[in-house]
Design a protein around this ligand. Structure first.
Ligand code: ADP
Ligand code: MG
Length: 159
């Protein structure tokens, strides 16, 4: 009986820990216009100063096929072609970030999709040019953070 309770307790704790670890990570892209304008250093500085730990990072240029695949969920939207065009215009920086409640905290730090409506002090408010060139991407759920992370990184690239 005692074994049952102890074992049950351990199982719950492990599950909780796994969920905590999952909600610790998010994925971001610094979009082409921000890289082109040399804002990546300032953006990375804001991310670090906000308490995120960078556990993976690299620079690359998206192919049209990869941009279409990454944003597949938006393929029926009227802005899809413009989005793919702007995301393939130049190099991007992709990164995996760690912090408690990472997805929500990072979405708060970047601000809402349209930079004009974003809260003062947010990354999109500071560096976004328009709704399509809104400076950075941030995952919108733990599940998407995981999918998006492994779209770009292999396990051995994550520190
Ligand atoms: P978010 O990046 O805030 O999660 P969405 O997932 O809705 O926003 O959209 C993905 C990206 O598509 C946005 O970051 C932006 O670059 C672009 N986008 C979204 N809505 C529009 C729009 N109405 N017009 C042009 N581009 C848009
Ligand atoms: Mg989104």
């Amino acid at each position: 009986m005692l074994y049952f309770f102890v074992n049950k307790h351990i199982k719950t704790t492990k599950k909780e820990k796994a969920m905590q670890l999952k909600s610790n990570r998010t994925f971001t892209m610094i979009k082409p216009k921000s890289v082109e304008h040399g804002h990546m250093g300032e953006i990375i500085d804001i991310i670090i100063k906000d308490g995120f730990k960078i556990v993976a990072m690299k620079m690359l240029r998206l192919s049209t096929a990869d941009a279409q695949k990454f944003y597949n969920i938006h393929s029926a939207k009227p802005f899809f072609d413009d989005l793919v065009q702007s995301m393939t215009n130049g190099p991007i920086i992709v990164a995996v970030l760690e912090k408690d409640d990472a997805v929500n905290n990072y979405r708060r730090l970047i601000g809402c999709t349209n930079p004009k409506e974003a809260v003062e002090g947010t990354i999109r408010k500071k560096y976004g040019i328009s709704i399509s060139d809104n400076s950075v991407h941030g995952s919108d759920s733990d599940e998407n953070a995981e999918v998006e992370t492994y779209f770009y990184f292999s396990e051995r690239e994550i520190c």
